[in-house]
Ligand binder design. Structure first.
Ligand code: GDP
Ligand code: GDP
Length: 440
């Protein structure tokens, strides 16, 4: 489970700036997907091999006016803080301590959650003196940082991650991915039909339960086997197990959804044909894309809409979820049990694609064939030269291309290469990342 860091503090102290610093490693990748509307409040970050989720709670504050912080911190903020493993409390080193800081400090002290106190905008300050007043907050040491200049970020992050109990040290070996069991998360906003679908599936006779070591009875993690393939349905936000059946609970938790997505191999994103593609759907889709997980799309309640609505929904998928066009799309009715079989096939295919092994000789041959077919354009004095390619990772697959002047390669050419690799390796339902390593 990825640890969750919440950034808390009054407006204008620099939370968004720090958020960008903490998630920058993934920003470059996200920028590669055109058309994705990003929700700035949740992001993935990585330090070495340690990955984490960051929440910028700033955007949730309904207004920046005076008044009790308890009223100001929206329900969402408190939920985000409650679901985080560690809080980074940001104050303004230049502005000094304020009444609001005291209130937030009191709130966090009462909560008793691991908290790191950082004074932002501390660039060029002579150590110590100006920061003394923040010790009043009773949250221990004050860490000077500068989000704008990138100073103290590493220390802040180290302290935050160290404060989380039970987190394995950075140098611990990553466990091998067990590809024999497909970890599946069914994601979607409330009422799209997640629990209906899961109950229909789990009620099928062809489905055999088996014991998976390390899973507990009450956690929502259901191992089962279907047509000789093992699956594990993992805890999806918004669902609770009640006896043998699942039911939807009202609370929708972004953090739980993110963690479920992160822990899955394949995410089945369920949409509601009656509602079309909503902003919340697009946000969840954005998280899935950013996580790099394989994804299958299904529009549920197909039975309940007429021909006109069907056309509308399909058009919305094409425009609003254009960034997921690598995913297969199914039109289903969970209630009427229609169209469900092919969904399983796509889930298995997506998993296979995400775990595909690609050897250096084959990748390099495909690369050279592609460049012979159509060479990348010259950019001013530079002609990008691609030499060889190797696989840089799985789930999602990453192809690393080595050569010269590769920073000049236009996005359109990258998409051309992606198309060629996808076709050659039959990659469906998984993102494919292409990275350039240039030697000049
Ligand atoms: P938020 O409202 O807490 O998310 O704050 P922002 O990240 O939007 O930053 C508020 C303002 O502070 C912006 O004008 C930033 O450019 C500025 N700022 C952020 N970090 C720093 C810093 O490290 N030093 C200085 N001098 N200004 C900063
Ligand atoms: P969840 O919140 O995503 O788990 O959604 P539920 O499974 O609780 O379903 C929400 C509502 O949609 C319930 O009233 C279901 O009966 C209804 N529903 C689910 N699937 C379908 C479907 O395929 N067609 C129609 N017409 N209604 C459905």
């Amino acid at each position: 489970m990825k640890p969750v860091i919440a950034l808390v503090g009054r407006p204008n102290v620099g939370k968004s700036t720090l958020f960008n610093r903490l998630t920058s490693s993934r920003d470059a990748i996200v920028a590669d997907f055109a058309g994705l509307t990003r929700d700035r409040h949740y992001g993935n970050g990585r330090q070495g091999r340690r990955e984490y989720i960051v929440i910028d709670t700033g955007g949730f504050e309904p207004d920046a006016g005076e008044g009790s912080i308890y009223r100001e911190m929206a329900k969402q903020t408190r939920q985000a803080v409650a679901e985080s493993d560690v809080v980074i409390f940001v104050v303004d080193a230049r502005g000094g301590i304020s009444a609001q800081d005291h209130e937030i400090g009191q709130y966090l002290r009462r909560l008793g959650k691991p908290t790191i106190l950082v004074a932002n905008k501390a660039e060029g300050m002579t150590q110590g003196l100006q920061l003394v007043e923040f010790y009043e907050l009773g949250l221990g040491e004050v860490i000077p940082v500068s989000g704008a200049h990138g100073q103290g970020i590493r220390t802040m992050l180290d302290l935050a991650l160290e404060a989380i109990p039970g987190l394995p040290p950075e140098d611990e070996e990553e466990p091998e991915i067990d590809t024999s069991v497909i970890r599946l998360a069914v994601a979607g906003r409330p009422n799209v039909g997640k629990s209906t679908l899961i109950n229909v599936w789990l009620g099928e006779e062809r489905l055999v339960a088996f014991d998976l070591p390390g899973t507990t009875r009450d956690a929502i993690s259901v191992p089962f086997e279907r047509d000789g393939q093992k699956f594990e349905l993992i805890d999806t936000a918004g669902l609770r197990r009640k006896g043998r059946v699942f039911e939807a609970i009202e609370k929708f938790s972004v953090v739980k959804t993110l963690q479920a997505i992160e822990n899955a191999h394949v995410v089945l994103l369920l949409l509601d044909a009656e509602q079309g593609v909503t902003d919340q759907d697009a946000h969840i889709a954005g998280y899935i894309l950013e996580s790099g997980r394989a994804v299958v799309l299904a529009i549920n309640k197909w039975d309940a809409v007429d021909a006109y609505q069907r056309e509308q929904v399909e058009r919305q998928i094409e425009t609003r979820l254009a960034f997921l066009k690598f995913a297969s799309l199914h039109l289903i009715s969970a209630k009427k049990r229609q169209g469900l079989g092919p969904v399983w096939k796509s889930i298995v295919l997506a998993q296979k694609s995400a775990m595909r092994k690609m050897t250096t000789p084959v990748l390099t041959r495909l690369l050279l064939e592609a460049t012979a077919f159509q060479a990348p354009m010259r950019s001013g004095m530079f002609r990008p030269k691609m030499r060889y390619a190797h696989q840089g990772g799985m789930n999602p697959p990453v192809i690393v291309i080595h050569g010269n002047s590769l920073d000049k390669v236009p996005d359109a050419y990258k998409r051309f290469l992606e198309g060629r690799f996808r076709k050659a390796f039959d990659l469906v339902g998984t993102p494919l990342r292409i990275e350039f390593k240039t030697s000049d």
